[in-house]
Design a protein around this ligand. Structure first.
Ligand code: ADP
Length: 157
């Protein structure tokens, strides 16, 4: 079975990577899909984010990355994914995620959304927090891979 893990990944964090590694064990193939979130103006363009993810998942043989300009369900169909993976951190994620899962179900009844609970140590971690800490010169080595630190420093150095 093929699964799609969609998100902004602006940039990829160890929280995302934890979900990717766990999902890659559960499915034959995993496609990480960089999609546009209309509520968010990205810091990194899609090509940069794709490179960041590719480097971070180089050790996973059944996982690849794509970016897609349209609907999540259309991306899933293009990759023949029957499952959409989303991560849940805190209760406040739940309402929005459930609404999206229901909406996607109305658009594509054949595709299921599966939620993976964050690992405890990453429950506080978000790309926006990483960007903010980096912008203010704080330590982020425990939050994102080394090459992402380099990219963040290039913006705010
Ligand atoms: P989006 O804009 O689509 O929410 P994000 O990159 O913020 O994109 O998140 C992509 C997915 O990864 C979402 O399902 C989000 O809940 C999940 N996620 C983000 N950070 C973490 C984390 N620290 N632990 C687990 N899941 C996470």
């Amino acid at each position: 079975m093929i699964a799609l893990y969609p998100g902004s990944f602006d940039p990829i964090t160890y929280g995302h990577l934890d979900i990717i590694e766990r999902a890659s064990l559960m499915f034959d193939e995993l496609v990480v899909a960089i999609l546009n979130n209309p509520q968010k103006q990205p810091t990194f363009d899609a090509v940069q984010r794709q490179q960041q993810i590719e480097l971070a998942i180089a050790h996973l043989t059944n996982t690849r990355v794509t970016h897609f300009p349209g609907l999540t369900v259309d991306c899933a169909r293009q990759h023949k994914a029957q499952v959409i993976i989303r991560g849940l951190r805190v209760l406040s994620d739940f309402e929005h995620e459930l609404q999206m899962a229901h909406t996607n179900k109305t658009l594509a009844a054949e595709i299921e959304t599966i939620f993976l609970a964050t690992s405890n140590e990453y429950s506080f971690l978000s790309s926006s927090a990483v960007r903010e800490i980096a912008r203010l010169g704080g330590p982020i080595a425990h939050l994102v891979p080394t090459h992402v630190i380099t990219d963040l420093k290039a913006i705010w150095a």
